[in-house]
Design a protein around this ligand. Structure first.
Ligand code: SF4
Length: 461
């Protein structure tokens, strides 16, 4: 059977259904997008994390107010973790807003405190163009009606106050938080403002969060083609940009796990089609440009840009391919990046020998399985003990994951690269691909690994 039980999972045999060894003669998908098995020390984020941390957080000019105990706000402050860059750094991600619910608020209800907090935050930051309120677990349990409070506060302060019922315990992972964010933004924001003017070449990029400036590399490529980016959802976006997204001619869906919801809704209500694309690596970026060009009738221009960009990066990428020949990687990402990265690594000559996602759906695993060779481990929502077993057994030459797994890799003496918030990105499109390859090189060939190997060899003498 291609499903397998890792040694560390003998006490939770349910994990076998989540762990697949790719076998093209017996194709199955690992079980995914279901509640975590009790006893499995999952690394998943909660629904609130998906709503604020992924989709809404990059919006640069609203107050992101967390309604809950202060602990839920811990990672909302500062740009050091997620690194969604914006051109409004004196406000965006600089402050942490929380209702800081205390025991007596939990007992007697927090609606009054929420109302007062919205008013106070608005008074402190009158330049903010909206207030977004996020419900956490405690709020779901005590039953505060955040939508009623938001409505009342909106009437008082005269700017949009949007509530998100994204209590952490809802759903099985942060994935539901993406859906809740998309729904609320679609219902309360999209379509509430008209752009100053429109053109026949207006496009939205949906699902890019401007990690270390990815979006700032994407936009100029399309602009050279003659396309105007009307709204980026949500990297470096103003709430006004989201409000006018309904006037674009096309939606380019980049993160294909966190945004299909809004793309579908916009298509249904406003008749705007969308195309799925990956803007990572040479081949995927070129395909994306060609697809967009075909929609707008700009094929010739696109070919010119592709030829120009490829000529600038291809020789260096060829050098990296030579250098990385025979290297193997374990990829663990949120969801679609796992299959985007398989292609990125293939282009620089590195083979994927294990792949995993935290909150991937079947569609993500189908795409991973299409792209990897037989014998590759494909595991859903691995915990750190499983990661340790896979890393120790397979000994990949490099592991790509997020901050939580970085130190596990280092302790095991395995080169690591941060695929969530990057090492020294941006990593998107052509020039970002060079940054990506450079960071892979720096990690694999860092002198420290040689020192560790020599130390271990001495110890074994
Ligand atoms: S799981 Fe609940 S308590 Fe924990 S961070 Fe998420 S919302 Fe807050």
């Amino acid at each position: 059977m291609p499903l397998t039980l890792l040694n560390c999972d003998r006490s939770i045999p349910e994990r076998k259904k989540h762990t697949y060894i790719k076998d093209s003669t017996e194709e199955v998908l690992p079980l995914c997008d279901i509640q975590t098995t009790p006893g499995d020390f999952t690394e998943r984020g909660c629904t609130y994390a998906g709503c604020l941390g992924v989709v809404c957080g990059p919006i640069k000019d609203v107050i992101h107010l967390v309604h809950g105990p202060i602990g839920c706000s811990y990672w909302t402050w500062g740009g050091g973790t997620r690194q969604n860059l914006s051109d409004n750094p004196s406000f965006h991600r600089k402050y942490c807003f929380s209702t800081d619910m205390q025991e007596k608020n939990i007992i007697f209800g927090g609606e009054e405190k929420l109302y007062d907090s919205i008013i106070e935050a608005h008074e402190e930051f009158p330049e903010a163009k909206g207030v977004f309120v996020y419900a956490t677990c405690a709020i779901g349990l005590i039953g505060d009606d955040i939508e009623a409070v938001c409505k009342q506060a909106e009437e008082e302060i005269g700017i949009k106050v949007v509530g998100f019922n994204c209590e952490g315990f809802r759903g099985c992972s942060q994935s539901l938080g993406h859906h809740i964010a998309n729904d609320a933004l679609f219902e309360r924001v999209v379509g509430t403002k008209e752009p100053e003017y429109t053109t026949d070449y207006d496009m939205n990029i949906i699902g890019d969060y401007n990690i270390q400036g990815d979006l700032w590399l994407m936009e100029p490529l399309f602009e050279r083609m003659g396309i105007r980016i009307l709204s980026a959802f949500t990297g470096n976006s103003s709430i006004d940009d989201i409000a006018q997204a309904h006037r674009a001619k096309l939606n380019l869906m980049h993160c294909q796990r966190s945004t299909p919801y809004i793309c579908e809704q916009i298509k249904e209500k406003y008749g705007i089609p969308y195309i799925r694309a990956s803007l990572f690596g040479i081949e995927q970026t070129s395909n994306a440009l060609r697809d967009v060009a075909a929609f707008f009738g700009l094929e010739e221009k696109a070919e010119e840009i592709i030829a120009d960009e490829v000529s600038k990066v291809a020789p260096k990428i060829e050098e990296y391919r030579e250098k990385f020949r025979g290297k193997r990687i374990f990829i663990y990402q949120g969801a679609p990046r796992a299959w985007h990265w398989v292609e990125m690594f293939r282009e620089i000559g590195i083979e994927t020998i294990a792949a995993a996602t935290t909150f991937g759906h079947e569609e993500d695993y189908a795409k991973i399985c299409e792209r990897v060779k037989d014998g590759t481990i494909v595991i859903d929502n691995p915990n750190s003990i499983e990661l340790e077993e896979i890393l120790t057994e397979l000994k990949p030459d490099i592991f790509i994951s997020g901050l939580k797994e970085k130190y596990l890799a280092y302790k095991l003496g395995i080169p690591f690269i941060n695929g969530h918030s990057y090492e020294k990105g941006p990593y998107a499109v052509y020039s970002g691909f060079l940054n990506f390859a450079r960071d892979v090189e720096k990690s694999i060939f860092a002198p420290v690994w040689g020192m560790i190997r020599r130390r271990d060899a001495k110890r074994n003498d």
